[in-house]
Design a protein around this ligand. Structure first.
Ligand code: 8YV
Length: 331
């Protein structure tokens, strides 16, 4: 590590131990108020910092990167998804981008299964009914949901999180199907007894539950398009713990309203933090379960994300290639 500590600007409040470690190791500017950075503040940060630590709530696009001073060497994202950063523009300027893979895989997979069960077994609807005094005692025909055991699950994106979802889902008795750019290795396929579909259209048309687990890239924007939503079975449900932009949200809302899709479990939305009023309505009606982007929200996960960020910064300024470097085209 050079004598002069790198100047690091962190855009959001991170867990205390992570912030303390960053202050020990680097010349770190923290954001204790956790007020999201304005665009002007972001531009100011890239003009003065050696490294910035943004999150999903900061849009580091080409225009912001074009304002970077020559000292900016690293964008160390606090998060796995890097759709908030223009990787190509950064790479062109010789700025390294890193993320925090692996450490939020299991938490996000847990949340995916949680949503699957919550939607199928009407967990939030039951909670609401109880709160509103609708529980008049057990009834053989009240609050009936659907069994997930024995159903077909189609996973869109069989990377780390998709595979972790598949392992859990198999234990819950679902049969595993997946669509991915590349087929996973034979050993994993055998372990999961998974069926590979090279055609996403064909898979979607046959699944009871669809789980979106791919990254958001230009290629996956509205991958679950209006046309593809129309292919899905009317009794099917969709779970999204990846990014809202992967599903054409308006088309999904319409399908849910018209009963062409039975339900949805959504941890992410298009145009976050805005949540479409139609989605709020559907959740009040008990048709969908919605959460405010909580997939990786565990204390353990956030601490480990911070550790990855620290390792990436330390390694780069120590003259080495950081472990979690993101290259253009591989995001
Ligand atoms: C993170 C996420 O908390 O890491 C991701 O890709 O979606 C979230 O779970 C968020 O991105 C933090 O920047």
């Amino acid at each position: 590590m050079p004598d002069k500590k790198p100047k690091v600007i962190v855009t959001r409040k991170l867990p205390d131990p992570v912030e303390t470690r960053m202050r020990e190791l680097f010349e770190t500017d923290l954001n204790l108020e956790d007020e999201p950075f304005t665009r002007a503040k972001l531009i100011d940060a890239v003009r003065t910092a050696d490294c910035i630590v943004p999150t999903v709530t900061d849009r580091i696009d080409r225009a912001v990167i074009s304002q970077a001073g020559p000292q900016l060497r690293l964008i160390a994202n606090f998060g796995n998804g890097v759709d908030n950063i223009d990787i190509e523009a950064a790479t062109e300027r010789g700025i390294t981008v890193t993320n925090t893979p692996n450490v939020l895989t299991e938490d996000t997979a847990d949340m995916t299964l949680g949503l699957m069960i919550a939607v199928s077994r009407r967990l939030t609807d039951g909670f609401r009914a109880l709160q509103e005094g609708e529980f008049k005692g057990w009834s053989p025909t009240w609050m009936l949901g659907h069994r997930i055991w024995g159903k077909r699950l189609g996973i869109v994106g069989m990377g780390r999180i998709g595979t972790a979802v598949a392992r859990r889902a198999k234990a819950f008795g679902l049969s595993i199907h997946y669509h991915n750019r590349q087929r996973v290795n034979a050993k994993t396929e055998q372990e999961l007894e998974a069926t590979y579909w090279d055609s996403l259209d064909q898979m979607l048309a046959r699944m009871d539950i669809v789980s979106v687990n791919c990254p958001h890239t230009p290629a996956t924007y509205h991958l679950i398009s209006a046309r593809r939503i129309a292919l899905m079975q009317p009794n099917s449900i969709i779970i999204n713990t990846a990014r809202g932009e992967i599903i054409d949200q308006d088309a999904m809302v319409k399908a849910l309203q018209e009963g062409k899709m039975a339900g949805a479990g959504l941890d992410v939305f298009e145009h976050e933090p805005a949540v479409a009023p139609e989605l709020l309505d559907l959740s009040r009606q008990g048709k969908i379960v919605i959460l405010p982007h909580m997939g990786s929200a565990t204390i353990e996960g956030r601490m480990e994300m911070g550790e990855r960020v620290v390792i990436n910064i330390w390694t780069l300024f120590d003259g080495h290639r950081p472990p979690d470097r993101v290259l253009p085209g591989l995001d």
